[in-house]
Design a protein around this ligand. Structure first.
Ligand code: ADP
Ligand code: MG
Length: 613
């Protein structure tokens, strides 16, 4: 065996495999370099989905003649400085880049040319690298838009690695990925102007915003995420310890089919982080069907020392020093914001109704936005009259009969005319045994009775769970689950917490756990499967989420089965009771699958429909 050092071109080509896996990755690195150079304006020009040309021009600090060759040298960077002992602090990173890998990697697999004029210099220089071969810098003409800056041109990406070329998708697909990357960086930096052109045509252009923290961020996000986003999202801003979470969370009814619409940023860096994604999912979990995803733009800011960004060559994953704190902040802030939205539902739903009714009508946001449910009405502890509900044992457990009486009492205590002044109005009719039509002060409300009741029952079950009402059932024969000894230990350390959730476990020698009791709600369960999920949760997040999530999932499907069906005739009192209870229940604006439970039409909108306005 002979051990040899690989030539630098081979080393760079290997690194390029990780860092520059497709055109969008090169664009990301180059735009990040421009941002690190303090650019306020970045122009991205693409040809043939990035396989023909990637050209990125900025008005940043530029690179001097002397430093040009260093810029394309591997592990050479201006962004980290070694301390006295020669070591570098990798946990105190304030720039997007720091690994000194992007330019040499691109140079190894493409024809790279850098044209730059450094700030204060009166000449411009250009440097070329072709498939790893470096040419010395040459003087060049400077015809760029600003006094100083850099233009990096990447031609024939992957010409030096034909195998990689075979993995490219269509030019259109590569371009979509490029556009996505530039948009994400543009969301993080409203203070910088961005434009993107493909084959000579402008894809988008965003001007620099003056107030990037507040109004500017809002404007930039609206430009990128579309006009629909602003009226369908909730602003959040919360701080816990040194961590700040700000941004916008979409209403549950404004859901999408993929997670692509969740934009997450850590210290201004776009990330696809598992922990954040999981926390967002948990916050929305019981507001959305499994295969639907919320829209969100969330910005986490924390001291650089509390997050490790050097986890992944493309720097899209991070590790938090205090993962539990970060997760708690995200879940807490989102849940709070969503609860605050009360029974507010997506505006686009009612807009769709209108476009169906009148194809030429321009939909306007028309769902009234209420304050929190608590503001609208003191929380009433009442539910739908059970006489009309198909009672299942589990459902009956969830709803105490005494509550039913008070529901009717409260609904009938009010003069029906007064009920008009409640947010959801006075019930006037039930149509098709499925929808309740109510009259409000200035419009009408149509409620989907099944969706609405399902939500009410579910919220109630969740309350029971939260107040420690998880009933347990003992297993006839306790089940032994084999685990890794360290895992078993981690889990038994949490036995008390798990018992509160209805799962009673005991250590059973090294590496095994005995399951004695399980939550009654779950029925027969695969104990081994559940324990393994819990082990992952505890390892990754320090909490036992899988069990809570499963319990909530069961509640959700029980609520669905146990709720008043479409097709049931309701009395006036019952309908009003349902409306009043919706007003008092958090999240009642959507059912457990993220569909709205009601829509509201304003008189003004109805008048428009009839051409009266
Ligand atoms: P890193 O960004 O990790 O430092 P790169 O290979 O991306 O590594 O870039 C190497 C160096 O080249 C940077 O540290 C920076 O000094 C310089 N550089 C790259 N792009 C630009 C640019 N657009 N403007 C100014 N300097 C740049
Ligand atoms: Mg870089």
């Amino acid at each position: 065996m002979t051990i040899r050092r690989l030539p630098p071109e081979a080393v760079n080509r290997i690194a390029a495999g990780e860092v520059i896996e497709r055109p969008a990755a090169a664009v990301k690195e180059l735009v990040e370099n421009a941002l690190d150079a303090g650019a306020k304006r970045i122009v991205v020009r693409i040809e043939r989905g990035g396989l023909g040309l990637i050209s990125i021009e900025d008005d940043g600090s530029g690179i001097s003649r002397e430093e040009l060759p260093l810029a394309v040298e591997r592990h050479a960077t201006s962004k980290l400085t070694a301390g006295i002992g020669g070591d570098v602090d990798l946990l105190n990173i304030h720039t997007m880049g720091f690994r000194g890998e992007a330019l040499p990697s691109i140079g190894a697999v493409a024809r790279l040319s850098i044209l730059s004029r450094a700030r204060g210099a009166d000449d411009a220089w250009t440097l070329e690298v072709e498939g790893g071969a470096l040419h010395p810098p040459r003087p060049a003409a400077w015809a760029a838009l600003s006094a100083h800056g850099t233009r990096v041109d990447v031609r024939d990406l992957f010409f030096a690695t034909p195998a990689r070329l075979k993995f490219m998708k269509s030019e259109r697909a590569e371009m979509m990925a490029v556009s996505e990357v530039v948009k994400r960086l543009a969301m993080a930096r409203p203070d910088v102007a961005f434009s993107l052109e493909h084959d000579g045509r402008v894809t988008f252009r965003y001007g620099a915003e003056a107030d990037p923290e507040n109004e500017g961020r809002r404007t930039r996000l609206a430009a990128i995420l579309g006009a629909d986003f602003a009226p369908n999202c909730i602003a959040l801003d919360q701080v816990r310890a040194d961590v700040r979470l700000s941004g916008f969370a979409g209403l549950p009814t404004f859901h999408r089919g993929t997670r692509e619409h969740q934009h997450l940023f850590v210290n201004g860096r776009p990330v696809k982080d598992k922990l954040i994604v999981g926390a967002v999912r948990a916050a929305y979990q019981d507001l959305l069907a499994r295969d639907r995803h919320p829209v969100a733009a969330l910005f986490l800011d924390l001291p650089p020392g509390d997050v490790d960004v050097n986890v992944h060559p493309a720097k899209t994953e991070v590790r938090f020093r205090d993962a539990t704190l970060v997760r708690g902040l995200i879940v807490g802030a989102l849940s709070h914001a969503l609860a605050g939205a009360g029974h507010r539902a997506s505006t686009t739903t009612s807009a769709t109704i209108f476009s169906a009714a009148r194809p030429h009508y321009t939909p306007q946001p028309m769902l009234r936005v209420w304050g929190t449910a608590e503001e609208a009405l003191a929380p009433g502890d009442f539910v739908m009259p059970s006489g009309r509900v198909e009672t299942q044992p589990s459902f009956a457990e969830a709803i105490a009969p005494a509550d039913l009486e008070s529901a009717i009492a409260l609904a009938t205590a009010h003069d029906p005319e007064d009920a008009r002044f409640f947010p959801l109005g006075a019930a006037r009719a039930q149509i098709h045994e499925t929808y309740i039509v109510a009259q409000t002060e200035d419009g009408i409300v149509i409620v989907d009775q099944h969706a609405a009741h399902e939500r009410l029952v579910y919220e109630r079950m969740k309350q029971m769970l939260a107040s420690g009402g998880v009933r347990r059932q003992a297993l006839l024969i306790p089940e032994v689950v084999e685990l890794d000894p360290a895992e078993a230990e981690a889990l038994t350390a949490r036995a008390e917490e798990l018992a509160q959730l209805g799962l009673v476990i005991e250590p059973f020698g090294a590496g095994a756990i005995l399951v004695r009791e399980t939550p009654a709600l779950l029925g027969h369960i695969d104990a081994a499967g559940l324990l393994k999920d819990l082990v992952d949760d505890v390892a990754e997040l320090g909490e036992a989420h899988a069990l809570k999530e499963r319990l909530e999932e069961v509640c959700s499907s029980m609520a669905c089965r146990g709720s008043v069906r479409a097709g049931r005739r309701l009395t006036g009192d019952e309908m009003n009771a349902l409306l009043r209870q919706m007003e008092a229940t958090p999240f009642s604006g959507q059912c457990n699958h993220g569909r709205p439970t009601y829509v509201e039409l304003k008189l003004a909108d109805i008048e428009k429909l009839f051409g009266r306005r």
